[in-house]
Design a protein around this ligand. Structure first.
Ligand code: BGC
Length: 416
C-alpha cells in the first residue's frame, strides 16, 4: 500500500517537532529507526482485500467478491452471497496452481437450480432435520420440506447460503481475510430467535491454509449447525472423477441412516463396512457397494475420534490426489464430518465451462450430527441466549513433494 500525500505531510511535520524536542542525534539513533520500523510494519499490514462487484441477485442486491492471496501464490475468492468460497487455487507438486473447488462464473449460476450448495455456508442448520419438525421449550416448529420428506440445509429462500451477507475485509497478524456477518430475523425459514452469525475466512501469509471460523448468538433458544459446503477435486474442478482420490478419516464410528438419510440414532463402528477410512483408502475402491443405497454412494456423517488436546482443532480428514500430488488436511473443532461423494451431481456447467459430472467432486463438511435437534443422544445443537457459539475448520494444503522434503517452489507458476 502506498502512503497518501497527506500521510507524508504529517510524517514531515512530526519529524520537525521531534527534532525540536529531542535534538538531531537522538533522532538519528533512536527515533528514526523506530519510525522506519513502524512504517514498514504498517505497510505490511495495509493490504486488506478489496471488494469487487460480482453481479446482482435476481432481486437486485449487489454481490461482492474478495480475493485473498498469500505470499506463496495461493488464492481464495469469497463472495457475500451465502458467505461462499468461489475459487481456491493451490499448487501441485510442481508449483502449478489449479482451482480445486466447484463454483459458477456469476451470481445467476449460483441462483440456478444447478447449484448444489457449491462452496456456500450451509445453515441455519446444515444437513437434514427429520420431516422438518422439532420441538423446543414446549413449542413445535415446522420448517420447509425441501428434500422429501425432510428439511435440508436451512430451507428454501432465506437459508444462509442464499442471503447476501455484510463483509469486512481483514489484514492482521493471522493473515488476510474477510469477516462475513448476517443477522437472521426471528422466524426466518421457520427457525426461532434472531440469530447473528459470522463466518471469517483467513488465508495466512506464509502457509497454504484456509481457516474458516464461525460465531453465532441468539435471543431465543434455537438449533444451529454451520458448515462450508465446498466440493473438492484436487486435480482441479471439472476433472473427471474423485474415485482415484485417497481418503483417510479420523473416525472409528459413524451415524447410520434410514432410507431418507435421517440418522437412526445409533452410533456404529465402521469396522467391516465400506465406511472404514481409518487407513487411507481409494474412494472408488468400495463405492459400488453403496450404489444401491438411498445415498447412491458416500453420504454419511462420521463421528470424529476424541481430540488429543483441547487447544487445537482435531484432525478430521486427509485427502490425497496422486496425479497432482496435492494433499488436503482438514482439522476442526466440530464433532463430526459429512463425507458426501457428489452422488447427485448430474453434469451442471460451472466455472470456465467445466462440467461437474456424477462423483466428480466431494464434500467434507465439518459439522454437528444431522438431525441432532431430534436426537437426544447426539451432541447438543441448541444455542441459548447469552451463549456464543464458536467453531473453527482449517483446510491445510501440501503436496507429496513437500512430504519428500523437496519444498514446492516459492512462487508457483500460473495455472494454464
Ligand atoms: C448432503 C447430501 C445432499 C447435498 C446437497 C450434502 O451435505 O449430505 O445428501 O444431497 O448436501 O448438495
Amino acid at each position: 500500500m502506498r502512503a497518501h500525500a497527506s500521510d507524508r505531510l504529517s510524517e514531515a511535520s512530526t519529524y520537525n517537532l521531534v527534532v525540536l524536542l529531542v535534538g538531531a542525534n537522538m533522532v538519528k539513533v533512536v527515533v528514526l529507526p523506530i519510525l522506519f520500523a513502524t512504517l514498514l510494519f504498517s505497510t505490511a499490514l495495509g493490504e486488506k482485500p478489496k471488494a469487487e462487484a460480482f453481479g446482482k441477485t435476481a432481486a437486485g442486491k449487489a454481490v461482492s467478491l474478495f480475493t485473498l492471496k498469500n505470499d506463496n501464490g495461493m488464492v481464495a475468492k469469497v463472495m457475500t452471497r451465502g458467505a461462499t468460497l468461489v475459487e481456491l487455487h493451490v499448487p501441485d507438486r510442481d508449483g502449478q496452481l489449479a482451482d480445486v473447488v466447484f463454483g459458477f462464473d456469476d451470481v445467476a449460476g449460483y441462483e440456478s437450480a444447478d447449484n448444489a450448495y457449491f462452496g456456500c455456508t450451509a445453515g441455519r442448520v446444515a444437513n437434514r432435520i427429520a420431516r422438518g419438525k422439532f420441538t423446543l421449550d414446549g413449542k413445535e416448529y415446522s420448517l420447509a420440506i425441501n428434500n422429501e420428506p425432510n428439511h435440508l440445509h436451512g430451507g428454501v429462500e432465506r437459508s444462509l447460503d442464499k442471503v447476501v451477507w455484510d463483509a469486512k475485509p481483514l489484514d492482521n497478524k493471522y493473515g488476510r481475510g474477510v469477516r462475513f456477518s448476517y443477522t437472521s430475523p426471528d422466524g426466518e425459514e421457520g427457525y426461532p430467535g434472531t440469530l447473528t452469525v459470522t463466518v471469517t475466512y483467513i488465508l495466512p501469509k506464509k502457509r497454504n491454509v484456509l481457516d474458516i471460523r464461525y460465531t453465532a448468538s441468539t435471543d431465543k433458544a434455537t438449533p444451529i449447525n454451520l458448515t462450508n459446503h465446498a466440493y473438492f477435486n484436487l486435480s482441479g474442478h471439472g476433472s473427471e472423477t474423485i474415485h482415484e482420490h485417497v481418503l483417510r478419516l479420523n473416525a472409528d464410528k459413524y451415524t447410520p441412516v434410514d432410507d431418507t438419510l435421517i440418522p437412526t440414532g445409533e452410533i456404529a463402528s465402521v469396522e467391516g463396512t465400506p465406511l472404514d477410512f481409518r487407513k487411507p483408502r481409494k474412494i472408488g475402491a468400495r463405492i459400488e457397494q453403496l450404489a444401491k443405497t438411498a445415498a447412491l454412494g458416500y453420504d454419511h456423517n462420521f463421528v470424529l475420534n476424541e481430540p488429543e488436546s483441547d487447544d487445537k482443532p482435531n484432525l478430521a480428514a486427509i485427502l490425497f490426489d496422486k496425479s497432482s500430488g496435492r494433499r488436503l488436511r482438514i482439522s476442526t473443532t466440530e464433532p463430526g464430518i459429512q463425507f458426501y461423494s457428489g452422488n447427485f451431481l448430474a453434469g451442471a456447467k460451472g466455472k470456465d465451462g467445466k462440467v461437474y459430472a456424477h462423483q466428480s467432486g466431494l464434500c467434507l463438511e465439518t459439522q454437528h450430527f444431522p438431525d441432532s435437534i431430534n436426537q437426544p443422544k447426539f451432541p447438543n445443537t441448541v444455542l441459548q441466549p447469552g451463549e456464543e457459539f464458536t467453531s473453527l475448520t482449517r483446510l491445510s494444503f501440501s503436496t507429496d513433494a513437500d512430504a519428500a522434503g523437496k519444498k514446492s517452489p516459492a512462487s508457483p507458476k500460473k495455472a494454464k
